[in-house]
Structures are given as structure tokens and as C-alpha cells.
Design a protein around this ligand. Structure first.
Ligand SMILES: C[S@@+](CC[C@H](N)C(=O)[O-])C[C@H]1O[C@@H](n2cnc3c(N)ncnc32)[C@H](O)[C@@H]1O
Length: 278
């Protein structure tokens, strides 16, 4: 197995030394972008995951990956950067793919849930691309890795409150905010939605039908008068039912990708209800 540590030019020498201390072999450095450096070292199969875990415990962005064969091919496919538009891309920090030219890059470290690849996430990112005007306060309910809130910030939103029931997701969101230099704009919390104060210009909830229905009154209550709410992780046949629970909000748009749908709602129709196929 190979342990990959994502770091900066400034820290490369220290990471190389640490990997050698841990008895890593064939230590090598890759430069997938101007600013990102990856330090790779070979470890025995049994040692790689514990070493990567120990490095993460030291605050480093570290993963273990296969050496070769079909498992490495699958890994390389899974770690390909996602270019959403000419303004936004998302990529794992440890991705070995070249990403020097990618615009508006958000990098993600280990932990949490959500790489931007899943259709229920990508559909919400599409909406952010079309709807963020700049300066919005965003509430990211079920933040997972923080990917949606970080994309909103990259597109011009000013502040994100990100919450999740899982402690791992909250920790991952904080780390990912720091990885992208956005820690001052992101407040990540384990607090339940009913304890979040104030209203938001944008509320995002890619949490599936059951959780949307359960949290419906709070989701509606956190939306500012001219704001919009995106609920995702539902099937197109569930849109009407879910919209009913979010009354008095009205459906503005429904985006679909395969079996997944995202519903956009607001307090009054700004544009006619639109059906958009991804
Ligand atoms: C499908 S993931 C979405 C992650 C990320 N926002 C994205 O779009 O890729 C759903 C997340 O919602 C969280 N979640 C589920 N129910 C929740 C609830 N009632 N309150 C807060 N978070 C919840 C889960 O722990 C999980 O991290």
C-alpha cells in the first residue's frame, strides 16, 4: 500500500522526514498543482492504514491507497477532480490527478460524507452555480464533509453555518474549511436545527426524504423572506409529497439526475416552476 500525505511546499521536508521515521519506503513527492504537494511512501499492507490514521491524528491530511492493479484504477477514477463549471471544481486534497488549471477549486480531506460526485449533491451544486449572487448567509443542514457550504462560499456567499448529527461530519467540515482557507467564514456545529438562531438567504438540506419531512418546520422557519431552500436526496416521485410538508413555501424548480431529484422552494414564486434535467 501507498500512504499519501497532502501538504504544502513549505511542509514537504517535514512530512518526508516523518514518513521515513515511520519506516515508509521509496518516499516521493508529486506536484498536482502550483500549491499542493503530495508526499508518497510505500508501506506493508498491514501497516498502511494504521500509519495513515496516526498521521491524521497528528493533524495531517493522509490516506492509504492501493499500489497497482484494478484497485488502483478504481481509486484513480474515484479521486478524479470534478469540474462543475468554469467557476467551480471539487477535488480530494490527496488526488494525484493534475489540477493546475481547475477553476475555483475546493479541496476535501478525509472524513465526513460528500465528495460532490453523488447526483443528490451535484444537483444542489448546480443550483448554487445558478442562484448564488454574492454575500448570502447559508445554512448547510446535514453538511457531511461541508462540500455544499464550501462551494457556496467559493461562488461568493459570505458565511456558512453547517450542522450535522454526526460528530465526524462536523470535524471534517471544520478541517475542510481550514484546508480551503475558509475557517473564518464557516461555523460547524453538532447543534440540532431548532437551536440555530436567525434566518438565512440560502438553506441547503441534502438529507433525504425522511429527515426533510421530520425537519420541515425548522427548515421553513430558518429561511429569510427572499431566500431559497434546496432539499435533496429525494426521488422525483417524492417531490410533490415533500413540497407539501414545506408549505407555505412554494416550489420554484425541480432538478433531476437519474433517479435523484432536488427541489427548490421559496416564499413566493420568483419564476415559473421549472423542470430541469441534469
Ligand atoms: C447525504 S449526506 C449529504 C452530505 C453533503 N451535504 C452533501 O451534499 O454531499 C447527509 C448528511 O446529513 C446528515 N443528517 C441526516 N439527518 C440529519 C439531521 N436530522 N440533522 C442534521 N444532519 C443530518 C448525515 O449525518 C449526513 O452527513
Amino acid at each position: 500500500m501507498i500512504v499519501v500525505v497532502a501538504t504544502t511546499q513549505h511542509e514537504v521536508a517535514g512530512v518526508q522526514m516523518r514518513l521515513r521515521e515511520l519506516e515508509g519506503r521509496d518516499v516521493d513527492v508529486l506536484e498536482p498543482s502550483d500549491t499542493r504537494r503530495l508526499v508518497l511512501a510505500a508501506f506493508d499492507e498491514w501497516a498502511a492504514e494504521p500509519v495513515a490514521g496516526a498521521l491524521r491524528g497528528e493533524g495531517r491530511v493522509a490516506v492509504a491507497r492501493p499500489v497497482d492493479g484494478p484497485r488502483l484504477e478504481a481509486w484513480m477514477r474515484h479521486t478524479r477532480p470534478i469540474a462543475f463549471s468554469e467557476r467551480l471544481s471539487v477535488c480530494f486534497a490527496w488526488s494525484e490527478h493534475d489540477r493546475g488549471d481547475l477553476p475555483g477549486l475546493i479541496e476535501l480531506g478525509p472524513g465526513g460524507f460528500g465528495s460532490g460526485e453523488h447526483p443528490s449533491t451535484a444537483l444542489v451544486v448546480d443550483q448554487l452555480l445558478g442562484r448564488i449572487r454574492g454575500g448570502e448567509r447559508v445554512l448547510d443542514v446535514g453538511c457531511g464533509s461541508g462540500v455544499l457550504g464550501l462551494c457556496a462560499l467559493r461562488l461568493g456567499a459570505s458565511r456558512v453555518v453547517a450542522l450535522d448529527i454526526k460528530a465526524d461530519a462536523v470535524d471534517a467540515t471544520r478541517r475542510n474549511a481550514a484546508l480551503n482557507g475558509m475557517e473564518r467564514q464557516v461555523e460547524a456545529t453538532n447543534a440540532p436545527l431548532e437551536e440555530i438562531d436567525g434566518t438565512f438567504d440560502v438553506v441547503l438540506a441534502n438529507i433525504g426524504r425522511a429527515a426533510i419531512v421530520q425537519l420541515a418546520p425548522e427548515l421553513v422557519g430558518r429561511l429569510s423572506p427572499d431566500g431559497w431552500l434546496a432539499v435533496s436526496g429525494i426521488s422525483s416521485s417524492q417531490c410533490a409529497l415533500v413540497a407539501g410538508f414545506l408549505c407555505p413555501l412554494v416550489a420554484l424548480e425541480c432538478g433531476t439526475s437519474g433517479e435523484w431529484s432536488t427541489l427548490i422552494l421559496g416564499r413566493r414564486p420568483q419564476i415559473p416552476v421549472a423542470l430541469v434535467e441534469r
